[in-house]
Ligand binder design. Structure first.
Ligand code: AMP
Ligand code: FE
Ligand code: FE
Ligand code: ZN
Length: 294
């Protein structure tokens, strides 16, 4: 067993279970959070609350403060930028509850994803890949995504590894790529607010808005639409980037948030609560501020 790591006073507000594309079951994720001594954990699966809901009784038993979260795929359209950016929007529901309108909207998003998966399987079959939607869905739980396609393509010998599967078949540049519809970021922010949640831009570095002026305009645009927070601490953020985004959070009066984006063995370099080579430590105060806000 790994040595016991004490993370008292710290939280992790970004983690995935196998309800979406993580490898840990909800029970395993709670056990790991308790083992390392985190004060609180937010489960932020892609487009589903199933992992959070399954984890609740385990968290209660372990005395772990569990926060309802979710990560949504959205599209950010910026004036003067020719193609939209994929923006991952985190939403936190610190009261634990979520409106029916939001749940219904989520259901529609899940149907949209299933439709994309059906078209993707068809597109693969046209490329002489022996694969069915049912086979892929048997590997996903609540949410089936391209990572599940990738694992099956590797297992069947159509690709040598995960990256190869995306290069040949699944990536945005691959020949049979099927685009998934995504709501505009402002629309998702509006729905999260209506649902009782706090909308937060996840890992802003991945927007690749290299020009800080462009970055500032994008954040201003989202603040105007009701954005509540900015993920300042993340496994993809160096110390310098954390400083950079902490500055934006202060400037725009946004809550700073943070998390590892733990996916288990899917991303083996990222440790729960600690990130990559210990670049993540999220103070408990971040969560307290979020709770005071609501
Ligand atoms: P989906 O939400 O089903 O479209 O799948 C998106 C997920 O696929 C992302 O969260 C990544 O984990 C993975 N992914 C997307 N593009 C790539 C890529 N080029 N290489 C490896 N993984 C990728
Ligand atoms: Fe993911
Ligand atoms: Fe993400
Ligand atoms: Zn994530």
């Amino acid at each position: 067993m790994a040595p016991h790591i004490q993370l008292r006073g710290f939280v992790d507000l970004h983690a995935h279970t196998n309800a979406s594309d993580g490898s840990f079951t909800p029970a395993e994720l709670v056990a790991e959070a308790a083992r390392i001594g985190l004060d609180a954990l937010a489960i932020t699966d892609h487009e589903t609350f199933a992992g959070y809901e399954e984890a609740l009784p385990y968290a209660r038993e372990a005395g772990l403060d569990l926060v309802r979260g979710i990560e949504l795929n959205t599209r950010l359209y910026l004036p003067d930028v020719d193609h939209p950016r994929d923006l991952h929007l985190l939403a936190y529901f610190p009261a634990g509850t979520v409106s029916n309108t939001f749940r219904e909207w989520l259901g529609a998003q899940q149907n949209e994803r299933r439709e994309r998966n059906r078209k993707l399987a068809e597109s693969l079959r046209r490329q002489d890949v022996d694969i069915t939607l049912e086979e892929v869905e048997a590997r996903g739980r609540s949410i089936t995504g391209r990572p599940h396609f990738a694992r099956l393509l590797v297992k069947k010998g159509y690709a040598t590894d995960h990256e190869d599967a995306f290069r040949r078949y699944l990536g945005d540049e691959a020949p049979g790529f099927v685009e998934r519809m995504a709501p505009a970021t402002e629309e998702a922010i509006r729905l999260v607010l209506e649902g009782g949640g706090v909308p937060v831009v996840a890992h802003p570095v991945r927007l690749s808005l290299k020009d800080p002026g462009l970055e500032r305009r994008a954040i201003a645009q989202l603040k105007h639409a009701g954005l509540g927070g900015l993920e300042v601490i993340h496994s993809d953020h160096s110390a310098a980037l954390q400083q950079h985004y902490a500055g934006f959070a202060q400037e725009f009066d946004l809550l700073p948030t943070g998390g590892s984006d733990f996916h288990g063995t899917v991303k083996p370099r990222v440790a729960l609560g600690r990130g990559v080579e210990d670049n993540v430590r999220v103070p408990r105060a971040f969560l307290e501020r979020m709770r005071e806000l609501r």
